[in-house]
Design a binder for this molecule. Structure first.
Ligand code: GLN
Length: 199
């Protein structure tokens, strides 16, 4: 199995490292041909406006949206989740996949960045990964509206910070910047391995 990591801008190296440590191979996705044969795709944290522009520049925008609509497992962190959202306040054009509304940079200046413990509830049938996880928030967005199809796998101060809608997983924080691979493990085991696309 091969996991693509969108490598236009942001912390894609960190994501590749975590996924490879978990025993999966990865490939950077920079051009349309790089999508061929991948079983899952990660959109990293970074600057959502820049990534959005580059997605269009390199003709990846509609391609990734189409693949995700066809069931390709997608995992976005921070800017990556912003790009997956249906609606973003003050944001760039997004792929419009997950039924949520986000506000960018919503934590204000003083706590622009912080670290906290989160309770991860995967609540699937025997799904991996329940327990405490470290949340690193860096100029994170806040989720202000959640559609009924979206499961909240972790919250912080009443706001959802880890969300799943079918084949889409998104975090407002950065699991790739900690030494805890739990969320990646969940994505790989529960979403990529169990995907109907994998034969
Ligand atoms: N604030 C950034 C944005 O709006 C996201 C920050 C991040 O990915 N850590 O794109």
């Amino acid at each position: 199995m091969k996991i693509g990591v969108l490598a236009l801008q942001g912390d894609f190296r960190e994501h590749r490292k975590v996924v490879e440590q978990l025993g999966f191979s990865t490939c950077p996705v920079r051009r349309p041909g790089d999508i061929d044969g991948i079983d899952g795709l990660i959109i990293p944290g970074g600057e959502s406006t820049t990534i959005s522009k580059l997605l269009r520049k390199w003709n990846l925008f509609d391609l990734i949206r189409g693949e995700a609509e066809n069931g390709l497992p997608l995992f976005g962190t921070c800017a990556g989740l912003i790009l997956m959202a249906k609606e973003v306040v003050n944001g760039p054009p997004t792929l419009g996949l997950m039924d949520i509304t986000l506000e960018r940079n919503a934590y204000g200046r003083q706590i622009e960045s912080f670290e906290t413990e989160l309770e991860f509830r995967s609540d699937g049938d025997g799904a991996e990964g329940n327990g405490s996880i470290k949340g690193v928030f860096i100029r994170a967005p806040q989720v202000t509206k959640v559609g009924s199809e979206v499961k909240q796998l972790a919250t912080h101060e009443g706001l959802p910070v880890l969300l799943r809608q079918d084949n889409l997983l998104g975090a407002t924080f950065h699991p790739e910047l900690t030494d805890d691979p739990g969320i990646h493990e969940y994505f790989l085991r529960e979403m990529v391995r169990k995907s109907s696309r994998v034969g």
